[in-house]
Structure formats: C-alpha cells, structure tokens
Design a protein around this ligand. Structure first.
Ligand SMILES: C[S@@+](CC[C@H](N)C(=O)[O-])C[C@H]1O[C@@H](n2cnc3c(N)ncnc32)[C@H](O)[C@@H]1O
Length: 237
C-alpha cells in the first residue's frame, strides 16, 4: 500500500552497496517524510526554500519535484549537516540545489515575499519517531516540547515572511506533541491574518486517513505504519 508514485516500500533493507545506489537512482526515506514534501507540492520550475534542510532528504525530494528548471535553496544552522545534504544532492545528481548556512531563529535568509514555496521541517523532540529512536524516551524532559515550541514559533515567523502572496508554506515536525504541532500553527495564525490553512490536499487519495477536519496532516504508526508526523500547509492570501 504505497501512497506516492515515486515511492517503493522496502520490507527490510541491508546496507546499500549497489551500483544503482551509488549512481543516485534512489534514496531511502520514511514515507511520512515524503508526504510532507508532497503536501507542499511545488509546481515544476518553481523556487523553493527549505528552511531546515540537513541532511537533505526533503530538499532533494523537492529538487526532484521542481525539476531542472526549478531551484531549491537549502538552509540549515548546522554546517556539517549541510555538507551531508550537498553530498546527497551530488549522489542523486541534482544540480538545482544551493546551500546556505543560517540561523532561522534570528532572521530570514531571503528578502520578504520573495518565494512561492517554503518548507519549514522544524527541529523538534522527535516524539513521532520512537520506533527508530526509543532512546528519545530517556533523553526528553517534560519541559522539552514547550522549549522546542518557542524555537519552532520563532523559525515559523521568519520562514513565513519569505512567502509571497498566493504562495504556500508547509510547517512540519516529526512529533505527535500538540505543543509542537497545532499549538505552534494556531499561535502563528492568531498573529497573521494574511495566512490560512489550505484544505486542498485533504481530498487526495494519498492523504486519506491522515488529514483531520482542520486540515492538519497527522500520521501515526498504527494508521498505515507511518512515523508520527504533523504537517500543515498554509497559504498567504
Ligand atoms: C528535522 S531536521 C530537518 C530534516 C531535513 N528536513 C530532512 O528531511 O533531511 C531539523 C533541522 O533543523 C536544523 N536547525 C535547528 N535549529 C535551526 C536554526 N535555528 N536555524 C536553521 N536550522 C536549524 C537542524 O540542524 C536540523 O538539521
């Protein structure tokens, strides 16, 4: 049961040492991660800014979607993470990705209203990925979701400023904590009357069962075996 046309689901996987892997014919990524990019759904030829891009999984998927005439600007605070993203883009032979090291809590790296599509796949507690990372349960403190929410809100503030009128931003986290998901979006919408939740994706077959009545994508391991992600697509009026 595969949701996206560019996806095949592997039941198990060893180390990728094949020629096809080295030649960049595929990349392994969780299905929920891919759905975040498909929710932004940039048109071919568009420019997209990915505001928290390392290690580059979503940025390279975006590069595939916009095609060679499009452009992806991959931003991250972590310089070494950006180098990994660059290496990934090279292996996958995407020549349409540029890399910018910047702290999005401080400012936006591009001018206001300058791009049509923005992705903010924000740093988070990772509470939706306990299947792969059970150690998170021992590391997290009760105050962490609220601490991350303050960072996420600040990043969303700066990321959203780059969206031009009629453009879209997807805000996502790999967490099921409401503090990091709907609360961040609700707080943002209270401060920004020019943005609204886009319900347009809800009717698509690939999003069946995972978009709620408010238009929020919420995936869970017990529904289709997906990691626990939250994503919202907001459009600027
Ligand atoms: C969930 S990960 C992104 C994963 C990536 N989108 C992908 O699909 O491969 C969050 C990223 O946010 C970055 N980050 C954390 N704080 C940041 C900040 N203040 N400004 C920019 N990036 C930041 C981290 O370095 C990390 O790479």
């Amino acid at each position: 049961d595969v949701r996206a046309p560019e996806t095949i689901v592997l039941k198990s996987a060893g180390r990728f040492e094949s020629v096809s892997y080295r030649e960049g014919l595929f990349h392994a990524q969780s299905e929920a991660s891919q759905m975040v990019v498909r929710m932004l759904a940039p048109r071919a030829g568009a420019t997209v800014i990915d505001c928290a891009a390392a290690p580059g999984g979503k940025a390279t998927h975006l590069a595939e979607m916009v095609g060679e005439r499009g452009r992806v600007i991959a931003v991250d605070l972590n310089f070494n993470g950006l180098k990994n993203a660059r290496d990934l883009a090279r292996r996958l032979r995407h020549h349409n990705v540029e890399f910018v090291c910047a702290d999005l809590t401080r400012s936006a790296p591009l001018a206001p209203s300058s791009v049509e599509y923005v992705l903010l796949d924000a740093p988070c507690t990772g509470l939706g990925t306990l299947r792969e990372h059970p150690e998170i349960k021992w590391r997290l403190k009760p105050t962490d979701p609220a601490r991350m929410a303050a960072i996420q809100s600040q990043m969303l503030e700066n990321a959203s400023g780059m969206v031009r009128r009629g453009g879209a931003i997807v805000y996502s986290v790999c967490s099921i904590a409401p503090e990091e998901g709907e609360s961040v979006v609700d707080g943002f919408l209270e401060r920004h009357a020019d943005f609204a939740i886009d319900h347009g994706m809800a009717g698509r077959d690939e999003f069946r069962e995972v978009i709620d009545a408010r238009g929020f994508m919420k995936t869970r391991p017990d529904v289709g075996g997906l990691d626990g992600f939250f994503a919202a697509r907001l459009i600027r009026r």
